[in-house]
Design a protein around this ligand. Structure first.
Ligand code: AP5
Length: 221
């Protein structure tokens, strides 16, 4: 049973690692960014509201995101564990998650913090394309799709994300440092933080995370 959080700035590789870790650890991922974009694409009231914030590089208000996550956490497939990607990203979200889990006698096993400097991120996101359907991320130079413009996973067309132009990426990084960096300290103080070098090649980052998590689980058993 693993209950995990993936933290890190925009473009740190959370989505990329979530894709591989769900397979290696056999737990479902819960990506708030993906869920919000899907809601926006479907034009639901929540999606329309969220899109206003996403398109400005701002965080979606806590109450909207928290209710989305709480609803998802009650579905049967997450009973045996989950990997949260992109949540929590404010102190209020972290505290609410802790309370929600505690009320069910559950707790997080670890919080993985992917560390990547800002200049590397700006460069990465300039070359990112994502699947228009399953949202799998690619890097046009480092991790290109097998067939140009086509998703390896589901065969759908690839596109640039609307919040990836450089100006918006800088705003997302500013918001990250102001609002989400304190969440890292919150989990460090609770002894849950696992810091990982997100500049290593993708498979090595996955290996380091799996090794660190396995060591933690063994140390506690
Ligand atoms: P979200 O979708 O969560 O975006 P993000 O946190 O900004 O992160 P990204 O998805 O941009 O990057 P990533 O870390 O997943 O990197 P990736 O694997 O793609 O959120 C979007 C918006 O939704 C937010 O701005 C906010 O408005 C809203 N939102 C979401 N959650 C919220 C919440 N909890 N509260 C409030 N608002 C919320 O990789 C990036 C690129 O790098 C790719 O091209 C990839 O191929 C490449 N790459 C990955 N790893 C490596 C590596 N090791 N080496 C080289 N290249 C790599």
């Amino acid at each position: 049973m693993m209950r995990l959080v993936l933290l890190g700035p925009p473009g740190a590789g959370k989505g990329t690692q979530a894709q591989f870790l769900t397979g290696r650890l056999a737990i479902p991922k819960i990506s708030t960014g993906e869920m919000l974009r899907q809601a926006a694409d479907r034009g639901t009231p929540l999606g329309v509201q969220a899109q206003r914030y996403i398109s400005r590089g701002e965080l979606v208000p806590d109450d909207l995101v928290v209710s989305l996550v709480e609803e998802r956490l009650q579905e049967p497939d997450v009973a045996a564990g989950f990997l949260l990607d992109g949540f929590p990203r404010t102190l209020n979200q972290a505290e609410t998650l802790d309370e929600w889990l505690a009320s069910r006698r559950q707790e997080l096993n670890a919080v993985v913090d992917l560390q990547v400097p800002d200049d590397v991120i700006v460069d990465r996101l300039a070359y990112r394309v994502v699947c228009s359907v399953c949202q799998a991320p690619y890097h046009l130079l480092i991790r290109p799709p097998r067939t140009p413009g086509v998703c390896d996973v589901c065969g759908s067309p690839l596109e640039q994300r609307a919040d990836d132009p450089a100006g918006l990426v800088r705003e997302r990084l500013r918001v990250y440092h102001e609002r989400t960096a304190p969440v890292t300290d919150y989990y460090r103080d609770r002894g849950l933080l696992v810091e990982v070098d997100g500049e290593l090649p993708v498979p090595q980052v996955t290996d380091v995370i799996v090794r660190e998590l396995t060591a933690r689980v063994l140390a506690r058993s």
